[in-house]
Design a protein around this ligand. Sequence first.
Ligand code: NIG
Length: 380
Amino acid sequence: MATVIDNIGLLVTNRPEMGEGALGLLRDVSVVIANGEVVSVDGVGQVADERIDAQGRCVLPGFVASHTHLVFAGDRAEEFSKRMAGQPYDGGGIQVTTTATRAASDDDLRALSKARLEEAHRAGTTTIEIKSGYGLNVKDEARSLRLAQEITSETTFLGAHLLPSEYAGRADDYIDLVCGDMLTAARPHARWIDAFCEVGAFDEGQCRQVLTAGREAGLGLRLHGNQLGHGPGVQLAVEMGCASVDHCTYLSDEDIEALAASDTVATFLPATDFSTRQPYPDARRVIDAGASVAIASNCNPGSSYTTSLSFCIALAVRDMHMTIEEAIQAVTLGGAAALRRDDVGYLAPGAKGHLVILDADSYHDLAYRPGVPLIAQTVT
Ligand code: NIG
């Protein structure tokens, strides 16, 4: 089965050796996909079972959303509204979503997650990571991961998201549970393990215990760090060899140096800083220091209820001083690096045939025309 995407005015390959500039731009080409893989980006003489006419518009690699929390029930619109009236975000509302998620049936949770996945897909996301973290007991963490696994292979066990109310005052006991029975139940459904390293969530020692247990169980490591203030998250993530440390809103010079000297990706979640009225991370300094960066949506009901990576690109360019090209790379190649994937995030022979056709001649419009639905078609 071969598909040809014909009549592409501007193609972002993300392979500088194949075209112009850092994005490896090609003009007036066709992409051929066979058995789910890109086989050529010139398309010459190819017989196709299916033809898609890009109408001279711009085509990019599909977006890689490397940090989401799609499996949840209920919403927190009231919390958001209070926040806009001045109440600060502290992550405590995770308990509200946990109560709603535990009460939902499998069928309801499945339908809610699938609807959010489809929304993300329509907005250009073709690879998605999904965390648990709204179950916070053995049964519901395993269930969230099982449901996530039905829709993505990039599943992350986040039992150490918040101390559930039934463990109040017994954080170390809860961490023992996370590293014991909960990890055992989660393991068959997870590729990654994560923890929320922050005042009000878990401290450095507790997060180190979780990451160590996860590594021993064969999971890849990621960490939430430096979201609400300066803290040990980035240094811990680098020390433990995490694939990614996510948020990075508050970074010291030492944090930036450590990131630059490591292969841990700094994943920015600008829609979170937007929705929680936090400052934006100093992406310019992180990039100029030589660290690898990604941008993800962090879709969740508390701190970032959006699936739109176009919105994140616009924020990164306007408020984090990233160039448009850097922001495009951060939601494609950057997300792929954060998930340690070498088959997505670019368009060249061997890559997955995942791409986005824009309703625009250039990728610039993703930052230049914020809020406009510019994804004409997502191909997977
Ligand atoms: O990445 N920081 C922790 N977890 C989520 C927020 C979850 C929530 O508030 O429900 C985040 O922002």
